[in-house]
Design a protein around this ligand. Structure first.
Ligand SMILES: *Cc1c(COP(=O)(O)O)cnc(C)c1O
Length: 380
């Protein structure tokens, strides 16, 4: 079956008990046993819950993996992933990452003996160097947050595997509708389901999808042992979000394209970052690796923080708020919001300047999004 059909049906049979077409929300922390340790596959909801099981099967199928695991947030998924890498392990990570991922690496796990080195994985020679003498995990985002850099997943996957490292890809920005890292050689896919998969800015959630069964069993063990699991109600909402992911991603992209084109033509703009623009330095890779360009556009305004403040004040449709991937358009000022935990020098060296804004284009009429941005630019 094709992807849009699988969004609605994969791993989601009618409820075996009642025939309910939509997966019921099983609000029970525990399950009756017919005799000690005799049960129907469910014992305690941290270990497994029927609503969560359906979501996990759906996610595994959509990401072309063997198993899916749902978590309380994207960072809940990451914390659990990192539990498989004890003190002394070495991670080689992309140099542009979600701020909370960086914070967890730098300010938490490094104190407990995890080694993390960053490299711009657009440079394959530098990546091969960074993998010497050895690495346990290569951690990738593509497109990255907020600079929309792309990583060649097949090429980096080959280098990582040659060095004996596993590959994890945070696929939050692209979603499986546009990019399926396991099909390009990744071993683990991570999601913040808070974003596009949930799609309505009303829950927090995360997920891991595993390519192979054996690590999947280990991660299921960790999921239960660590306990960063989502509620059945939130699992239901992510499942409901998945059903419309295909149509939503096409609508997000229409909005993003309209906005990117307005920005690209304006003299007050230093640079527009959108993989769908022919001017994006990795547009060719985006065409090859993704089946669409997504809904996030980053823009650097000339005039730094003052211009950014003025622009934000004049926006009417875009709401100033953290997060992304919902039906409503949001705008973020990474330097003071999502990436404030990254020191200024480091931030600016990587291009997260005071004039940078990240626009998450919702599914409103693209013409209204374009008008909103045009009118905000008019005030600069
Ligand atoms: C939001 C986000 C996360 C963290 O997810 P939470 O659900 O907020 O914990 C991780 N990676 C990316 C790319 C994100 O956008």
């Amino acid at each position: 079956m094709r992807f849009d059909t699988r969004l609605i049906h994969s791993g989601q049979p009618a409820d075996p008990l009642t025939g309910a077409v939509n997966t019921p929300i099983y609000l029970s922390s525990t399950f009756k046993q017919s005799a000690p340790n005799r049960n129907r596959g469910y014992v305690y909801s941290r270990t497994a819950n029927p609503t969560r099981s359906v979501l996990e099967a759906a996610l595994a199928s959509l990401e072309s993996g063997r198993a899916g695991l749902a978590f309380s947030s994207g960072l809940g998924a990451l914390v659990t992933l990192l539990e498989a890498f004890p003190s002394g392990s070495r991670i080689v990570a992309m140099d542009d990452l979600y701020g909370g991922t960086w914070r967890l690496f730098e300010h938490h796990r490094k104190q407990f003996g995890l080694r993390v080195d960053y490299v711009d994985m657009r440079d394959l020679a530098a990546t091969a160097d960074a993998l010497r003498p050895s690495a346990d995990l290569v951690y990738v985002e593509s497109p990255t947050n907020p600079l929309l850099k792309l990583v060649d997943l097949k090429a980096v996957g080959r280098l990582a595997h040659a060095a004996g490292a596993a590959v994890a890809v945070d696929n939050t920005f692209a979603t499986p509708a546009l990019q399926r890292p396991i099909e390009s050689g990744a071993d683990i896919v991570l999601h913040s389901t808070t974003k596009y998969l949930g799609g309505h800015s009303d829950i927090l959630g995360g997920a891991l999808v595993l390519k192979e069964k054996r690590p999947a069993t280990e991660f299921a063990w960790l999921q239960n042992a660590v306990g960063a699991i989502p509620s059945p109600f939130d699992c239901f909402l992510v499942l409901r979000g998945l059903h419309t992911l295909g149509v939503r991603m096409r609508a997000h992209e229409a909005g993003a394209r309209a906005v990117a084109e307005v920005l690209a033509r304006d003299g007050r703009v230093l640079r527009v970052l959108y993989p769908g623009l022919a001017s994006h330095p990795q547009h060719a890779l985006a065409r090859r690796q993704m089946s669409g360009y997504g809904g996030i556009v980053s823009v650097e305004l000339s005039g730094g923080i003052r211009a950014a403040r003025r622009f934000l004040k004049r926006l009417r449709v875009f709401t100033l708020a953290e997060s992304l991937g919902g039906v409503e358009s949001l705008v973020d000022h990474p330097a003071t919001m999502t990436h404030a935990s990254v020191p200024r020098a480091e931030r600016e060296a990587h291009g997260v300047t005071d004039g940078l804004l990240r626009l998450s284009c919702g599914i409103e009429d693209p013409a209204d999004l374009a008008d909103d941005v045009r009118s905000a630019l008019g005030g600069l």
